[in-house]
Write a protein that binds this ligand. Structure first.
Ligand SMILES: C[S@@+](CC[C@H](N)C(=O)[O-])C[C@H]1O[C@@H](n2cnc3c(N)ncnc32)[C@H](O)[C@@H]1O
Length: 236
Protein backbone atom coordinates (compact mmCIF):
# COMPACT_ATOMS: atom_id res chain seq x y z
CA UNK A 1 0.00 0.00 0.00
CA UNK A 2 2.91 2.35 0.84
CA UNK A 3 4.51 2.09 -2.62
CA UNK A 4 1.16 2.83 -4.22
CA UNK A 5 0.33 5.77 -1.94
CA UNK A 6 0.85 8.18 -4.84
CA UNK A 7 -2.22 6.71 -6.55
CA UNK A 8 -4.47 6.51 -3.52
CA UNK A 9 -6.81 9.36 -2.66
CA UNK A 10 -7.44 9.00 1.05
CA UNK A 11 -9.92 11.85 1.45
CA UNK A 12 -11.81 12.11 -1.85
CA UNK A 13 -14.36 14.47 -0.32
CA UNK A 14 -11.60 17.12 -0.27
CA UNK A 15 -11.32 16.89 -4.06
CA UNK A 16 -15.07 16.97 -4.68
CA UNK A 17 -15.68 19.48 -7.49
CA UNK A 18 -11.91 20.00 -7.97
CA UNK A 19 -10.62 16.76 -9.50
CA UNK A 20 -9.62 18.20 -12.86
CA UNK A 21 -8.16 21.31 -11.22
CA UNK A 22 -6.10 19.17 -8.84
CA UNK A 23 -4.83 16.98 -11.69
CA UNK A 24 -4.42 19.44 -14.60
CA UNK A 25 -3.75 18.35 -18.15
CA UNK A 26 -6.80 16.09 -18.29
CA UNK A 27 -9.79 16.93 -20.46
CA UNK A 28 -12.39 14.90 -18.58
CA UNK A 29 -13.04 12.63 -15.63
CA UNK A 30 -14.07 8.99 -15.91
CA UNK A 31 -15.00 6.84 -12.92
CA UNK A 32 -14.90 3.04 -12.62
CA UNK A 33 -16.91 1.32 -9.90
CA UNK A 34 -15.56 -1.98 -8.53
CA UNK A 35 -12.29 -2.13 -10.47
CA UNK A 36 -11.17 -5.40 -8.86
CA UNK A 37 -7.62 -6.32 -9.88
CA UNK A 38 -7.50 -3.54 -12.45
CA UNK A 39 -6.86 -5.11 -15.86
CA UNK A 40 -9.60 -2.97 -17.43
CA UNK A 41 -8.51 0.06 -15.40
CA UNK A 42 -4.93 -0.11 -16.68
CA UNK A 43 -5.72 -0.84 -20.33
CA UNK A 44 -8.47 1.78 -20.54
CA UNK A 45 -6.36 4.48 -18.88
CA UNK A 46 -3.50 3.80 -21.31
CA UNK A 47 -5.92 4.16 -24.24
CA UNK A 48 -7.22 7.49 -22.84
CA UNK A 49 -4.13 9.44 -21.75
CA UNK A 50 -5.94 12.80 -21.61
CA UNK A 51 -8.62 11.43 -19.26
CA UNK A 52 -8.37 11.43 -15.48
CA UNK A 53 -9.50 7.95 -14.49
CA UNK A 54 -10.68 7.35 -10.92
CA UNK A 55 -11.27 3.76 -9.80
CA UNK A 56 -13.48 3.14 -6.77
CA UNK A 57 -13.12 -0.23 -5.04
CA UNK A 58 -14.34 -1.23 -1.61
CA UNK A 59 -12.07 -4.28 -1.15
CA UNK A 60 -8.51 -3.08 -0.46
CA UNK A 61 -6.88 -6.45 -1.27
CA UNK A 62 -8.12 -6.33 -4.85
CA UNK A 63 -7.37 -2.62 -5.16
CA UNK A 64 -3.75 -3.08 -4.11
CA UNK A 65 -3.23 -5.48 -7.01
CA UNK A 66 -4.76 -2.90 -9.33
CA UNK A 67 -2.52 -0.16 -7.95
CA UNK A 68 0.56 -2.34 -8.36
CA UNK A 69 -0.40 -2.88 -11.99
CA UNK A 70 -0.66 0.89 -12.56
CA UNK A 71 2.68 1.44 -10.79
CA UNK A 72 4.46 -1.33 -12.73
CA UNK A 73 3.25 -0.01 -16.06
CA UNK A 74 4.10 3.62 -15.26
CA UNK A 75 0.52 4.80 -15.89
CA UNK A 76 0.01 8.34 -14.61
CA UNK A 77 -3.65 9.22 -15.20
CA UNK A 78 -5.26 6.83 -12.67
CA UNK A 79 -6.19 7.45 -9.04
CA UNK A 80 -7.88 5.06 -6.63
CA UNK A 81 -10.47 5.49 -3.91
CA UNK A 82 -10.82 2.76 -1.30
CA UNK A 83 -14.54 3.28 -0.85
CA UNK A 84 -18.11 2.30 -1.57
CA UNK A 85 -20.07 3.41 -4.63
CA UNK A 86 -22.94 4.36 -2.35
CA UNK A 87 -20.85 7.37 -1.26
CA UNK A 88 -20.31 8.58 -4.82
CA UNK A 89 -21.94 11.99 -4.35
CA UNK A 90 -19.57 12.71 -1.46
CA UNK A 91 -16.62 12.01 -3.78
CA UNK A 92 -17.75 13.86 -6.91
CA UNK A 93 -19.75 17.03 -7.43
CA UNK A 94 -22.83 17.41 -9.58
CA UNK A 95 -21.96 16.95 -13.26
CA UNK A 96 -18.26 16.41 -12.54
CA UNK A 97 -17.86 13.07 -14.34
CA UNK A 98 -18.28 12.30 -18.04
CA UNK A 99 -18.48 8.53 -17.81
CA UNK A 100 -18.97 5.69 -15.29
CA UNK A 101 -17.82 2.14 -15.97
CA UNK A 102 -19.56 -0.76 -14.21
CA UNK A 103 -18.09 -4.13 -15.11
CA UNK A 104 -19.28 -7.49 -13.79
CA UNK A 105 -20.83 -6.12 -10.64
CA UNK A 106 -22.13 -8.54 -8.04
CA UNK A 107 -25.61 -9.73 -9.13
CA UNK A 108 -27.12 -10.03 -5.61
CA UNK A 109 -29.67 -12.56 -6.96
CA UNK A 110 -32.08 -12.50 -4.00
CA UNK A 111 -34.96 -10.09 -4.30
CA UNK A 112 -34.36 -8.68 -0.83
CA UNK A 113 -30.78 -7.71 -1.86
CA UNK A 114 -31.77 -6.12 -5.18
CA UNK A 115 -31.13 -2.60 -3.89
CA UNK A 116 -27.44 -3.51 -3.50
CA UNK A 117 -27.00 -4.12 -7.24
CA UNK A 118 -24.95 -1.32 -8.77
CA UNK A 119 -27.70 -0.85 -11.36
CA UNK A 120 -30.52 -0.50 -8.80
CA UNK A 121 -32.47 2.80 -8.93
CA UNK A 122 -30.86 4.10 -5.72
CA UNK A 123 -27.42 3.84 -7.35
CA UNK A 124 -28.60 5.08 -10.77
CA UNK A 125 -29.74 8.32 -9.13
CA UNK A 126 -26.28 8.87 -7.65
CA UNK A 127 -24.78 8.34 -11.10
CA UNK A 128 -27.25 10.83 -12.60
CA UNK A 129 -26.12 13.41 -10.03
CA UNK A 130 -22.38 13.12 -10.67
CA UNK A 131 -22.59 12.74 -14.46
CA UNK A 132 -22.86 15.71 -16.78
CA UNK A 133 -25.75 15.85 -19.26
CA UNK A 134 -24.82 13.46 -22.08
CA UNK A 135 -22.57 11.58 -19.66
CA UNK A 136 -22.68 7.80 -19.90
CA UNK A 137 -22.71 4.58 -17.95
CA UNK A 138 -20.87 1.76 -19.72
CA UNK A 139 -22.10 -1.52 -18.28
CA UNK A 140 -20.90 -5.09 -18.91
CA UNK A 141 -21.92 -8.33 -17.28
CA UNK A 142 -22.01 -12.06 -17.97
CA UNK A 143 -25.24 -12.31 -15.96
CA UNK A 144 -28.13 -12.03 -18.41
CA UNK A 145 -30.95 -11.87 -15.82
CA UNK A 146 -29.06 -9.02 -14.10
CA UNK A 147 -28.53 -7.33 -17.48
CA UNK A 148 -32.18 -7.55 -18.47
CA UNK A 149 -33.30 -6.36 -15.03
CA UNK A 150 -30.86 -3.45 -15.32
CA UNK A 151 -32.32 -2.45 -18.69
CA UNK A 152 -35.74 -2.11 -17.08
CA UNK A 153 -34.36 -0.02 -14.21
CA UNK A 154 -32.44 2.26 -16.59
CA UNK A 155 -35.49 2.76 -18.82
CA UNK A 156 -37.73 3.50 -15.85
CA UNK A 157 -35.18 6.00 -14.54
CA UNK A 158 -35.08 7.91 -17.83
CA UNK A 159 -31.71 6.87 -19.27
CA UNK A 160 -31.33 6.61 -23.07
CA UNK A 161 -30.00 3.16 -23.96
CA UNK A 162 -27.77 2.27 -26.88
CA UNK A 163 -25.24 -0.34 -28.02
CA UNK A 164 -27.25 -3.09 -26.29
CA UNK A 165 -25.84 -6.52 -26.99
CA UNK A 166 -26.22 -9.94 -25.39
CA UNK A 167 -23.12 -11.26 -27.13
CA UNK A 168 -20.45 -8.59 -27.29
CA UNK A 169 -17.72 -10.81 -28.66
CA UNK A 170 -19.85 -12.78 -31.13
CA UNK A 171 -17.59 -11.78 -34.01
CA UNK A 172 -14.28 -11.71 -32.12
CA UNK A 173 -12.95 -9.71 -29.16
CA UNK A 174 -14.31 -6.16 -28.83
CA UNK A 175 -12.84 -3.39 -26.66
CA UNK A 176 -10.86 -3.66 -23.45
CA UNK A 177 -11.56 -6.77 -21.38
CA UNK A 178 -11.74 -6.93 -17.60
CA UNK A 179 -10.14 -9.69 -15.49
CA UNK A 180 -13.50 -11.45 -15.08
CA UNK A 181 -14.49 -10.96 -18.66
CA UNK A 182 -11.32 -12.58 -19.98
CA UNK A 183 -12.06 -15.67 -17.85
CA UNK A 184 -15.70 -15.85 -18.94
CA UNK A 185 -14.82 -15.44 -22.60
CA UNK A 186 -12.26 -18.21 -22.30
CA UNK A 187 -15.06 -20.44 -20.96
CA UNK A 188 -17.21 -19.60 -23.97
CA UNK A 189 -19.70 -17.49 -22.02
CA UNK A 190 -21.55 -14.61 -23.65
CA UNK A 191 -21.00 -11.06 -22.47
CA UNK A 192 -23.76 -8.45 -22.24
CA UNK A 193 -23.01 -4.77 -22.76
CA UNK A 194 -24.90 -1.50 -22.97
CA UNK A 195 -24.37 2.23 -22.85
CA UNK A 196 -26.81 4.41 -20.88
CA UNK A 197 -26.79 8.15 -21.56
CA UNK A 198 -28.01 10.81 -19.16
CA UNK A 199 -30.72 12.98 -20.74
CA UNK A 200 -33.00 15.75 -19.49
CA UNK A 201 -35.43 13.00 -18.41
CA UNK A 202 -32.94 11.07 -16.26
CA UNK A 203 -33.85 10.97 -12.58
CA UNK A 204 -31.31 12.07 -9.98
CA UNK A 205 -31.51 12.11 -6.20
CA UNK A 206 -33.77 15.18 -6.35
CA UNK A 207 -36.50 13.04 -8.00
CA UNK A 208 -37.81 11.93 -4.61
CA UNK A 209 -38.46 8.47 -3.24
CA UNK A 210 -36.66 5.58 -4.93
CA UNK A 211 -39.13 2.97 -6.28
CA UNK A 212 -39.53 -0.17 -4.21
CA UNK A 213 -38.11 -3.25 -5.86
CA UNK A 214 -40.63 -6.09 -5.90
CA UNK A 215 -40.15 -9.62 -7.25
CA UNK A 216 -36.60 -8.73 -8.21
CA UNK A 217 -35.13 -12.21 -7.81
CA UNK A 218 -32.63 -13.13 -10.53
CA UNK A 219 -32.78 -16.88 -9.96
CA UNK A 220 -35.55 -17.20 -12.53
CA UNK A 221 -33.62 -16.65 -15.74
CA UNK A 222 -36.43 -15.79 -18.10
CA UNK A 223 -36.13 -14.70 -21.70
CA UNK A 224 -35.33 -11.09 -22.45
CA UNK A 225 -38.75 -9.87 -23.63
CA UNK A 226 -40.63 -11.91 -21.04
CA UNK A 227 -38.42 -10.57 -18.27
CA UNK A 228 -38.90 -6.97 -19.36
CA UNK A 229 -42.65 -7.42 -19.56
CA UNK A 230 -42.80 -9.07 -16.12
CA UNK A 231 -40.71 -6.32 -14.55
CA UNK A 232 -42.89 -3.65 -16.14
CA UNK A 233 -45.99 -5.35 -14.73
CA UNK A 234 -44.38 -5.50 -11.28
CA UNK A 235 -43.54 -1.82 -11.37
CA UNK A 236 -47.15 -0.74 -11.92
C1 LIG B 1 -17.09 -9.41 -9.58
S1 LIG B 1 -15.89 -8.23 -9.24
C2 LIG B 1 -15.49 -7.54 -10.83
C3 LIG B 1 -14.16 -6.86 -10.85
C4 LIG B 1 -13.78 -6.18 -12.18
N1 LIG B 1 -14.71 -5.09 -12.49
C5 LIG B 1 -13.77 -7.19 -13.31
O1 LIG B 1 -14.70 -7.15 -14.15
O2 LIG B 1 -12.84 -7.98 -13.37
C6 LIG B 1 -16.85 -6.92 -8.50
C7 LIG B 1 -15.99 -5.89 -7.81
O3 LIG B 1 -16.81 -4.81 -7.41
C8 LIG B 1 -16.47 -4.42 -6.09
N2 LIG B 1 -17.67 -3.79 -5.51
C9 LIG B 1 -18.85 -4.39 -5.30
N3 LIG B 1 -19.72 -3.52 -4.77
C10 LIG B 1 -19.06 -2.34 -4.65
C11 LIG B 1 -19.43 -1.07 -4.16
N4 LIG B 1 -20.66 -0.84 -3.67
N5 LIG B 1 -18.51 -0.09 -4.19
C12 LIG B 1 -17.26 -0.30 -4.66
N6 LIG B 1 -16.85 -1.50 -5.13
C13 LIG B 1 -17.75 -2.50 -5.13
C14 LIG B 1 -16.08 -5.72 -5.43
O4 LIG B 1 -15.28 -5.52 -4.29
C15 LIG B 1 -15.34 -6.43 -6.56
O5 LIG B 1 -13.95 -6.10 -6.57
Amino acid sequence: MERCAAFLIEEPENLRGRWLARFPGHARLYVELGCGKGRFTADTAVALPDTLYVAVERVPDAMILAMEKIDRRGIENVRFIDGDAKLLTAMFAEGEAARIYINFCDPWPKSRDAKLRLTAPGFLRLYADVLQEGGQIHFKTDNTPLFDWSITQLEDEGWALSEITHDLHANGPVGVMTDYEAKFVEQGMKINRLVATKTGATKGTAAGAVPRLRNASLTDARGYEESLEANRRNAT
